[in-house]
Design a binder for this molecule. Structure first.
Ligand SMILES: [Cu+2]
Length: 380
């Protein structure tokens, strides 16, 4: 996924639109600019303003670097604690400090002394916009997601950006655990966003989107896997027309295929078989990248799209909650993005579930449990 990725220095070529979705994350692939490398400590000293937004949330703005850090914490992480066992911090609400577009992001984790904490403690972190809806569902928009696997994402700001309105609310949450043998105290998770001021609009305004096989369920997006072959599908239409610049997927062990189909035209927009290891663990899910000149894949409200995840469970037994399937990517809307309707029952159910997912220590909303093979690999 790092091929054909131009740097800021060399400029962006026409095929450079690389949009990656790893583990259901809206990860707009690593175009690494000059800003990609940061020294965490010098970074902290250069903070210009700090806007405290609450007991467990603060926002730090660094206009020189054009970075905003959404900081969640502090929280203590005893050694060897699962995310179920840990008392998670509740979902935090904050305010976007000014009009901006997001051109990149990364997650940083530090302890009470400001020392780096291993990224492995981050189960997932999400930034959500409760005032805008999702492309395919009337639920609040998932803006960014990060897990311990997420590498820094950076885009040329003149080309792409996710617009955020100053004064608008956001929700931020971090689900943590501690698979290491060391205890960390006073831990803070920093979602560092690289921004451009809105006066300089990017060429393409992009909105993240995802389509989950478990929609419209508001709750865990995992499903049971019966023995042998099975599949899970969901159909929906986008609320506005626009262009898909790239998409990727999220699957669990024993997945065999993930497709996105335009049922109206019978076109297949995305059809991949994941790379798996000998145990059927997902190693990699190929991405579709829009390359070349001209627009991305056009999707329209008058068409119906179906996402399907296929599985082959070889164990001979039902695996409770073993499956997951979603496609996600970046989208260039051709119309005004619609506001969320907070009275919509699906919106309400999803909102309540997002809040409850932290309180009840449930695994994952969208960024989810990484497949065991992956997390296992990372934990020595
Ligand atoms: Cu999952």
């Amino acid at each position: 996924m790092t091929s054909h990725v131009p740097s800021l220095r060399t400029g962006v070529r026409s095929r450079a639109i690389t949009v990656a979705l790893g583990a259901g994350l809206v990860a707009i692939a690593p175009l690494r600019g000059a800003q990609a490398e940061h020294d965490m400590e010098s970074h902290q000293h250069s903070m210009k303003t700090v806007e405290s937004s609450g007991e467990h949330l603060s926002i730090e703005v660094d206009p020189d670097r054009k970075e905003i850090a959404i900081v969640i914490g502090p929280i203590d992480l005893p050694a060897g604690t699962t995310h179920h066992a840990l008392e998670q911090l509740p979902v935090q609400e904050g305010t976007v400090p000014f009009d901006l577009t997001i051109r990149g992001y990364r997650a940083e984790i530090v302890d009470g002394e400001g020392r780096p904490v291993p990224q492995d403690v981050l189960h997932h972190m999400n930034l959500l916009d409760p005032d805008r809806r999702e492309l395919f569902m009337p639920i609040m928009l998932r803006v960014l997601a990060a897990s311990h696997e997420t590498r820094p994402v950076s885009l040329p700001g003149w080309l792409f950006g996710i617009p955020m309105r100053g004064g608008a609310r956001f929700l931020a949450l971090a689900m943590l655990h501690n698979p290491t043998s060391e205890t960390y105290t006073g831990v803070r998770v920093r979602l560092v966003i690289e921004y451009e001021r809105r006066e300089r609009l990017p060429l393409y305004t992009i909105i993240p989107w995802h389509l989950d096989t478990m929609f419209p369920v508001a709750g865990t997006k995992s499903f049971d896997l019966p023995p042998g072959a099975s599949s899970k599908s969901f159909e929906a239409s986008p609320v506005v027309s626009g262009l898909i610049l790239g998409l990727g997927g999220h699957l669990h062990q024993y997945a065999t295929r993930l497709t996105l189909r335009d049922l109206t035209t019978d076109d297949i927009l995305y059809d991949v078989e994941p790379d798996v290891n000998d145990d059927g663990h997902i190693e990699k899910i190929p991405m579709l990248l829009h390359r070349g000149k001209g627009p991305g894949l056009l999707v329209e409200p008058s068409h119906v799209y179906r996402v399907t995840a296929e599985y082959w469970n070889p164990t001979g037994e039902l695996i409770p909650g073993g499956g997951m399937g979603a496609v996600a990517g970046a989208f260039v809307p051709l119309d005004e993005w619609p506001s969320a309707d907070p009275g919509n029952p699906l919106y309400v159910a999803d909102y309540e579930w997002v809040l409850a997912s932290q309180e009840h220590h449930e695994a994952g909303m969208d960024a989810r449990d990484p497949p065991p093979s992956r997390s296992g690999n990372r934990r020595r």
